[in-house]
Design a protein around this ligand. Structure first.
Ligand SMILES: [Zn+2]
Length: 216
């Protein structure tokens, strides 16, 4: 009886996580990677989700998941948002020194932490550009560390996401234009939706510089 209960709880957590990922328009492959569910199960859950949330327009994304680390390195606005997200990964504990994320053995708890970090990012950043698919790719790329690495701006100490093999010392999106004698590349203004970034998010780029940007 106890074994059955435990299995029920585990399955329930998996399904809950899968529904949360569907809500973020994650691809089937991504949902399978983070929940361990079969493709058939994910397909049925899609139908369930759509039936239960008829008012929501959830896109069923197809094709390959993101694979280019360079996506997070330019333009400066993207690099800043990647740094914010990376800071949140560190805060929730899914990315940490010495910890490995094995894409073949991810736990439901790790999937929940990824969702928590991503949902916090959506709540903090005005007009966020990073999709959930890219966030899931970023967390694995940072954990793997063979192309992207976390470092600190050489001027202000903010957390930055960098090319692991970059020859120049890194500067954040705020300090890099200043060092070149250029005006800030992101407009000043009320950037974050929340009134202030949590103290634990120190190290992420200065919130006031993450202003809304036009689309396109
Ligand atoms: Zn800086």
């Amino acid at each position: 009886m106890r074994v059955t209960d435990d299995r029920y709880c585990r399955d329930r957590l998996r399904f809950d996580l899968a529904l949360r990922l569907i809500g973020h328009e994650a691809r089937t492959h991504t949902i399978r990677t983070w929940t361990g569910l079969t493709e058939d199960r994910v397909r049925k859950l899609y139908r369930t989700y759509i039936a239960e949330h008829p008012q929501e327009r959830i896109a069923r994304r197809r094709g390959k998941s993101p694979q280019r680390c360079s996506y997070f390195l330019r333009p400066p606005r993207m690099q800043q948002e990647a740094a914010v997200l990376a800071g949140l990964f560190c805060m929730v504990g899914i990315v940490s020194h010495g910890a490995r994320l094995d894409p073949h053995a991810l736990s439901v708890a790790q999937g929940e932490l990824l969702c928590l970090a991503y949902e916090t990012y959506l709540g903090l950043v005005a007009e966020p550009r990073i999709s959930f698919e890219h966030a899931a790719f970023l967390v694995l790329a940072l954990a793997h560390g063979d192309e992207l690495t976390l470092s600190h701006c050489n001027a202000c100490g903010a957390l930055t996401v960098d090319d692991r093999y970059a020859l120049r010392a890194s500067a954040c999106g705020v300090c890099a234009p200043a060092a070149r004698g250029l005006p800030d590349e992101a407009p000043a203004g009320p950037a974050m939706r929340a009134p202030a970034v949590p103290a634990a998010a120190r190290g992420t780029p200065a919130p006031a510089r993450l202003g809304p940007v036009g689309r396109g």
